[in-house]
Design a protein around this ligand. Structure first.
Ligand SMILES: Nc1nc2c(ncn2[C@@H]2O[C@H](COP(=O)(O)OP(=O)(O)OP(=O)(O)O)[C@@H](O)[C@H]2O)c(=O)[nH]1
Ligand SMILES: [Mg+2]
Length: 299
């Protein structure tokens, strides 16, 4: 199975049939693209282009649309230049992770800790999820596994104070990276969102500048819901990038395109499993190349 087929399995099925190109096929295709988590806002202009091109090139069979579609999607994904995750240049460089419950914040922190550690950086994790029972213990296990330091306080303590401690400790020890774990929160709870702003202020106080990266963690399997989460988090904290998790658990590729095209927040990291190494920096050119390449191989 090609990359395209994997990510857009239903779209691919429709197009591999030797159906004639007609209005019914376009409608079926449009529906499948939306089911694959492309937003309506993205699909409308895409369908228009597809129709125009099909007419211009005088295509007659559904299969002939596959390559065209892969290329149009590839163009959309690579439209804006990727903004990479900030390198830890200043000591310490601070990365805060935010998002709703269970999206993969803590696991992603472990992966980033391991990633920076392997680059020879000294890493400190700040256990600022003081809210969920066992959150601190979970983070301690990961910190041990990644062999990095952790700064924690008691369950229920002020997350801002934990962050302040962690940054002070990083300064004292000359650590390069501070990764802040925060409690999962529903984006519709105003009080909890305000708490994030407070953590941001504590960081600024300790660091003398705002957080270097505020990373919104989104679960790729939640589709359009991830988009609405982003829109609301964006109002409370200055999100600088997205960590898109659980890409191994979705056959829908559309979420990447929707996040990239509709949100105007760069995707910086993609994670694909529960293991420490199952993450990589997002590369839209590679993503697009795979879409198109898979198509060429199939034809
Ligand atoms: N398949 C898969 N599972 C993942 C990935 N990232 C995280 N998980 C799993 O998702 C679940 C939640 O992960 P956590 O890292 O605890 O999520 P969290 O956002 O910190 O959750 P809270 O702190 O409760 O808000 C765990 O079972 C992880 O193993 C991924 O990339 N792929
Ligand atoms: Mg967590």
């Amino acid at each position: 199975m090609g990359f395209f087929k994997n990510l857009f399995y239903k779209v691919s099925d429709i197009l591999t049939n030797r159906k004639p190109i007609d209005e019914e096929l376009f409608e079926e295709l449009e529906e499948a693209l939306i089911e694959a988590d492309l937003s309506v806002r993205t699909v409308d202009p895409l369908m228009e282009k597809l129709r125009d091109e099909a007419r211009r090139q005088k295509l007659s069979l559904g299969g002939e649309l596959q390559n065209l579609l892969a290329n149009l999607l590839a163009d959309m994904v690579t439209k804006n230049v990727d903004i990479k995750l900030k390198e830890p240049k200043e000591i310490p460089t601070v990365y805060m992770f935010v998002g709703v419950n269970g999206v993969g914040k803590t696991t992603s922190i472990a992966k980033l800790a391991n990633y920076f550690k392997n680059k020879g950086k000294k890493v400190i994790i700040a256990a600022a999820d003081t809210f969920r029972a066992a959150a601190i213990e979970q983070l301690e296990i990961w910190a041990k596994r990644a062999d990095v330091d952790i700064v924690k306080q008691q369950h229920g303590s002020d997350p801002g104070a934990v962050v302040f401690d962690a940054i002070s400790s990083a300064k004292a020890k000359g650590a390069h990276v501070v990764l802040i774990d925060t409690a999962g929160r529903l984006h519709n709870k105003a009080g909890l969102m305000e708490e994030l702003a407070k953590i941001g202020r504590a960081t600024e106080k300790a660091l003398g500048r705002p957080c270097d990266e505020v990373l919104l963690v989104l679960d790729a399997t939640t589709g359009q819901n991830a988009i609405s989460q982003a829109q609301i988090f964006k109002e409370s904290v200055p999100i600088s990038g997205i960590v898109l998790t659980k890409m191994d658990g979705t056959a829908k590729g559309g979420v990447v395109i929707t996040v990239k095209c509709d949100l105007e927040i760069p995707i910086k990291i993609i994670t694909t499993g529960e293991g420490m190494n199952e993450m990589k920096e997002f590369d839209s050119i590679e993503f697009a190349r795979n879409l198109v390449k898979a198509e060429d191989e199939n034809n």
